[in-house]
Design a protein around this ligand. Sequence first.
Ligand code: PAF
Length: 286
Amino acid sequence: MQIITTKNELKAIVGACKANKQTIGLVPTMGALHAGHASLVKRAVEDNDVCFVSVFVNPTQFNNKEDLAKYPRNIERDAQLLESIGATYVFAPTPEEMYSAEEMNTTFEFDFAGLDKVMEGKMRPGHFNGVVQVVSRLFYLVQPDKAYFGEKDFQQLAIIHHMVERSSMAGTFGNLQIIDCPIVREESGLALSSRNERLSAEEKKTALAISKTLFDSLKWAKEDNATVASIQQRVIDTVNAVEGLEVEYYEIVDQTSLLPTDTFNHAIGCITVYCGPVRLIDNIKY
Ligand code: PAF
């Protein structure tokens, strides 16, 4: 496995892969890798001739400086894990290598047909512009045949699909396929997240109520008289009743439009909860 830190080196390697007609898989990450990331990388290794993993804590998608500063970083440990599961190349640039000073400070405005105006987009203005800014740059640099993303960030995935479908009309990313990968959970049910590293042992136990409530809500949704509104409220009340947890939002929405729905058909419930100072997200499909 080779670690690449500059765009020029990356372009040269990608050029050689293309000349050799090798298929390329890309897994974009912000590092602090866990078994969830490993599942994406293993899939990319299996599906493609070469697998690139980017490790880059993207400053333009953080609207909270403290969150950016506290985001866990450990490139040595990440590199060891990636090598052990067969990644071919790791792209780990500095922010200065990735962006010009102007790009770092300009607010990019992409049109996501409203997908960015709800849930995470409402709570973190500009977040998805930053995500698409970096992901589209990675697609441009690595020219992958397939790119892998986890369903834990369901709204991010919907927005990336939208971006690729729109731009593929113009042929920007060739025949790039976005591969959706299921949420990986601890045996306890807790969705794996780099942010879990910031939870104390006690907070980690408290956080289990989030996934448990989401799974319980699948049963509640089958009860007589259950409505989307009643289940939405029941989830919020149940999680809020746990000391140490505070729901920011729980919304049951249509899986495609991400707009509120009044049927459980093709619906997904997306939750954001503060566990102490740590903001955790999870979701469940009905
Ligand atoms: O999901 C993430 O870790 C990030 O949002 C991504 C896709 C790597 C872009 O920085």
